[in-house]
Design a protein around this ligand. Structure first.
Ligand SMILES: N[C@@H](CCC(=O)N[C@@H](CS)C(=O)NCC(=O)O)C(=O)O
Length: 329
């Protein structure tokens, strides 16, 4: 009897180990499709067009990962997720990776999740109505503040207001569109969120020029793709795809230059090919499909886009920013 129990425990333990070792990379290959969690409609980051196509910065990261793993940027199923639902969707295995304005924090990192890298250095800000003439968040005493639940946002704002001796009341929402509508109809005086999300929200308010972003940035919000703990090959693929996009920009490789000459990009990505079982030229395929980091940024968020976000701290470290990808040796 004891032997049978020990045997069952061993089988269970061995089975569990085998599952953990097989990992998401094998699952994605077997399915021949990546399941990527994105936001539920954030202009510039993830937008679904009526015909069903998706576009945005976070979506392009999904596409880059699919190209690295499967050689085809189209092999992605997008799962739109609210802020509150996103991490459980990842932990439960409903999605393979989360590419959705998610801040790398200590408690998330130690709570079964793995941040593969930083794709966008963000920070929390405030959007107000221009007509109110506010020029600083320090004028917000007595304000009603719209905020979305399940985010780092309310805690940051509460700490900021307390530190500055300001009394505010929070108006909480579970979805960003609800918060935006409440703000647009004067149910609150100010909307607080990541500055990139505020730029996105402002671009879809009926009259964007009626709203201003206040100058204060009150937190660090390093955003990046998230995987599950204990999934090293998959996390490695996501991490080095992101770093590959950044290093490609640093090395001056774009989708156009790679079309004519795949060798340089292939050589940059090659050290990952054997450990992850990828095509030798996986990185050349990624860059040919989505461009380098700078091209992805410009297309979706940059000054020529409706969001008109400057590269700022998201410029390469060689260009005065803090975007710094480890070398691909
Ligand atoms: N970066 C913060 C906030 C991210 C977040 O989800 N923000 C809310 C409020 S702006 C949201 O719904 N974002 C837009 C979206 O993803 O649809 C976090 O990871 O907690």
């Amino acid at each position: 009897m004891l032997g049978r129990i020990v045997g069952a425990v061993l089988v269970a333990a061995f089975g569990a180990t085998a599952v953990a070792q097989a990992g998401t990379l094998d699952d994605v290959r077997a399915r021949d499709r990546l399941i990527c969690g994105v936001s539920d409609g954030l202009p510039g980051f993830s937008v679904r067009y009526p015909e069903g196509d998706w576009a945005g910065f976070d979506v392009d990261i999904c596409r880059a990962i699919a190209t690295a793993a499967l050689g085809d940027f189209n092999k992605v199923e997008y799962v739109p997720l609210s802020a509150a639902a996103r991490f459980d969707a990842l932990r439960s295995g409903r999605i393979d990776v989360l590419s959705r304005n998610s801040t790398w924090t200590m408690s998330r990192d130690l709570g079964g999740l793995e941040f593969a890298g930083i794709a966008y250095y963000d920070g929390q800000g405030f959007m107000a109505r221009a007509v109110d003439g506010m020029t600083s968040a320090l004028q917000l005493d007595g304000a009603r503040v719209c905020v979305v639940n399940g985010t780092t946002t309310e805690e940051n704002a509460a700490a900021y207001f307390q530190a500055n001796g300001l009394n505010v009341s929070f108006v909480r929402f579970t979805s960003r569109p609800e918060a935006r509508m409440a703000f647009a109809s004067n149910d609150c005086d100010v909307f607080t969120a990541d500055a990139s999300a505020l730029a996105a929200e402002r671009s879809i308010l009926p009259a964007p020029d009626d709203y201003v972003l206040l100058p204060e940035i009150i937190s660090k919000e390093p955003l990046g793709p998230v995987t599950r703990d204990g999934d090293p090959a998959w996390t490695g693929l996501v991490r080095w795809t992101l770093y590959g996009l950044i290093n490609a920009e640093e090395h001056g490789m774009s989708d156009e230059s790679v079309e004519g000459n795949r060798e340089q990009a292939a050589a940059l990505g090659k050290p990952a090919a054997v450990p992850l079982g990828l095509a030798d030229d996986w990185l050349a395929s990624v860059i040919a499909s989505v461009g380098n980091y700078g091209q992805i940024f410009d297309r979706n968020l940059g000054e020529g886009s409706p969001l008109a976000i400057r590269r700022g701290v998201n410029a390469l470290w060689t260009e005065g920013g803090i975007l710094y990808a480890p070398p691909m040796q």
